[in-house]
Design a protein around this ligand. Structure first.
Ligand code: URA
Length: 205
């Protein structure tokens, strides 16, 4: 089934968004994925956390942040006493992108044109979910939310006020960036990331 909403027609609710994003073929990656992975969490939350794109496990489960990066995010939130189900968790890109190597699906980062083609789904999701503040996990999310390239290390750790809908955006690292670090660097980087998340949680302004 190939259903795409007419250009400019926003989905009326999250169910419609899910179905339309699932069927989206505006870029090539949707045809290869199991399903679109839209976000999950309460409506009108204080925070929406936005990641990059679903990985292998998210693609199969149909839920965001259930693989290794999600487990690290869970651990950080638990350490801060921040309940995962109090935030809405979403991704900038809705479909898993991969390359087949034998039977293994090797994760590939979405190209910028693919992220751009997907951005309106995130915009719709934000309008429907109505979070107070948006937390960008990594550069792809930050760019999708701010509409410009973002140097994460330079701009992390503070609320930015640039969006036309008035929602502030807080930029920090993506958990996968921490997983990629060598053991020696990870401890300090993780502590700084926790500081960021604690600040984002504390006030939205
Ligand atoms: N990485 C992301 O950015 N999102 C997920 O849902 C999983 C891993």
């Amino acid at each position: 089934l190939h259903v795409r909403p007419a250009e400019g027609v926003a989905p009326a609710d999250l169910g419609e968004l899910r179905a339309a994003a699932h069927a989206c073929r505006a870029c090539p990656i949707g045809a290869l994925a199991t399903q679109a992975v839209c976000g999950e969490g309460p409506l009108a939350p204080r925070h929406m956390l936005v990641g990059e794109q679903p990985g292998d496990q998210e693609d199969l489960a149909g839920r965001p942040f259930v693989g290794p990066a999600g487990q690290l995010l869970d651990r950080a939130m638990a350490q801060l006493g921040w309940a995962r189900d109090s935030v809405y968790l979403a991704n900038a890109v809705k479909h898993f992108k991969y390359e087949l190597r034998g039977k293994r699906r090797i994760h590939k980062t979405a190209a910028q044109r693919e992220a751009d083609a997907c951005a309106h789904w995130l915009d719709s999701e934000i309008s429907l979910v109505r979070p107070e503040g948006l937390v960008a996990l990594g550069a792809t999310a930050a760019r999708a939310l701010l509409g410009r390239p973002v140097a994460v290390q330079a701009e992390r750790g503070a609320w930015l006020h640039e969006r036309s809908d008035g929602r502030p955006v807080f930029v920090t690292l993506h958990p996968s960036a921490l997983l990629r670090l060598a053991d020696g660097e990870r401890v300090e980087a993780y502590a700084r990331w926790l500081d960021d998340l604690e600040r984002a949680r504390g006030t939205v302004s």
